[in-house]
Design a protein around this ligand. Structure first.
Ligand code: ARG
Length: 419
């Protein structure tokens, strides 16, 4: 019998899918549960898959690959989608797609399957990645294909003796991995409604009045990758887990985002990403010391393109390789230590140092020892302002006068007509 490799989360959708795929496509299901730091009981999830009728249930620990090949490059690039979302869900998709393809090859399967709906970004990320890596594999997306409501699914499960996961029926749709937790649906679909307290699981209320002493952290980066915490070497997975707890306690990393999905919908998502928030803030602080003004400016353009590309499911693209190569080049001197102070709801940078620092005290100081050439500033100002003074004299002052120039554009025009 031919097989299909299903990305199995253990939830209602993918549990029902095991039976549904068998019925609809007559394929045996190999369930693969991929751990990207989702904090679940993987053993019992695999057992459930077998109980439902999977012919095999595999567990893959993808955590260190996730951090090394997906999270760190995104950190080095400072990627935030639309300036807000650290891209946790979006970053894990291309890894999961790759692992599904790998298992499909090992098992000689003819198809892969995932539990995405037909209106989100994740179906695009999975399908585009899978088609790119293995165009011959068929893709089955049961939830996109069947037209069952949640209640229909529960009825289907009862009919087919599918043990459904006994969750406390969360009103939200949640996806989580090491880099963050994404929550949508329920009351969150009203963009005016403040998220209720039960939306948050990783972060404490930043407005809690209980006393909480500030905490200082020293994060050491090597070429833009965090390698030590408070002077002690630490591996990426452990560091991120620790920061999620530590910064989560202070309520750091809550994000309320009305985002533009690739499929054209605006949606409201709440993110919790304590570790990502701390590390992105610290990494940027280090770059402010070690990159030139022009590098920082140009890198911001690259970052936003890079974030879009990740969000839009184009991880396995030549453009990505190009941008990643640029970003790696920017990290040549991004080594040093950043000192971070955690207080409720806030992660403040209070110190930074690097052996490659471009900060020159002799140039910056207002005290004795100042080596900045004050006289050179005069010539600089003259040339820097030259095009402005030229244009003002030729066009602006004669037409609208001093008064008009003080006003904003539209008003200046009115003045011009009056004259
Ligand atoms: N909006 C985010 C993205 O497209 C997260 C999607 C998954 N969210 C969820 N709550 N299941 O990357």
């Amino acid at each position: 019998m031919s097989t299909v490799v299903l990305a199995y989360s253990g939830g209602l959708d993918t549990s029902v899918a095991i039976r549904w795929i068998k019925e609809k496509y007559n394929l045996d299901v190999i369930a693969v549960t991929i751990d990207v730091g989702n904090d679940r009981d993987l053993q019992s999830i695999a057992e459930r898959a077998m109980k439902i009728g999977a012919v095999k249930a595999l567990i893959v620990d993808g955590r260190s690959d996730f951090v090394r090949y997906f999270v760190w490059p995104a950190l080095q690039a400072n990627t935030l989608y639309e300036g807000q979302y650290p891209l946790a869900t979006a970053l894990a998709r291309p890894l999961i797609a790759r692992l599904l393809v790998e298992v499909a090859r090992q098992e000689g399967s003819v198809a892969v399957a995932h539990g995405c709906t037909g209106k989100g970004n994740d179906q695009v990320r999975f399908d585009v990645s899978i088609n790119t890596l293995a165009p011959d594999l068929k893709i089955i997306a049961p939830v996109r294909e069947w037209s069952m409501t949640r209640d229909n699914e529960i009825a289907y499960a009862a009919e087919h003796n599918i043990p459904i996961p006994v969750t406390n029926a969360s009103p939200y749709s949640v996806d989580q991995n090491l880099w963050g937790r994404s929550v949508e649906c329920g009351v969150l679909e009203d963009p005016w409604a403040e998220p209720p307290a039960d939306v948050y699981e990783w972060t404490d209320d930043p407005n809690s009045s209980e006393t909480l002493e500030p905490e200082y952290l020293e994060i050491t980066f090597q070429h833009g990758v965090p390698v030590a915490l408070n002077g002690e070497e630490i591996d990426g997975v452990t560091l991120i887990e620790l920061l999620n707890k530590q910064a989560g306690k202070f309520g750091i990393g809550r994000i309320d985002h009305i985002e533009n999905r690739l499929v054209g919908i605006k949606s409201r998502e709440i993110y919790e990403s304590p570790a990502a928030t701390v590390l992105l803030t610290a990494h940027k602080a280090l770059e402010s010391l070690t990159l030139s003004r022009e590098q920082i400016r140009f890198k911001e353009l690259v970052s936003s393109e890079y974030a879009r590309l990740i969000y839009n499911g184009q991880w396995y693209s030549a453009l990505h390789q190009d941008l990643a190569t640029y970003v790696q080049s920017t990290q040549r001197f991004a080594s040093g230590v950043v000192r971070v102070k955690l207080t409720r709801g806030q992660c403040a940078i209070v110190g930074r140092k690097s052996e490659h620092s471009l900060y020159d005290h002799a140039l910056a100081t207002y005290d004795s020892g100042d080596q900045f050439d004050h006289n050179a500033a005069l010539g600089f100002i003259k040339l820097w302002g030259l095009p402005l003074t030229t244009q003002a004299q030729a066009q602006l002052l004669p037409s609208v006068g001093l008064e008009g120039n003080l006003l904003s554009n539209g008003q200046a025009k009115v003045k011009l007509i009056e004259k």
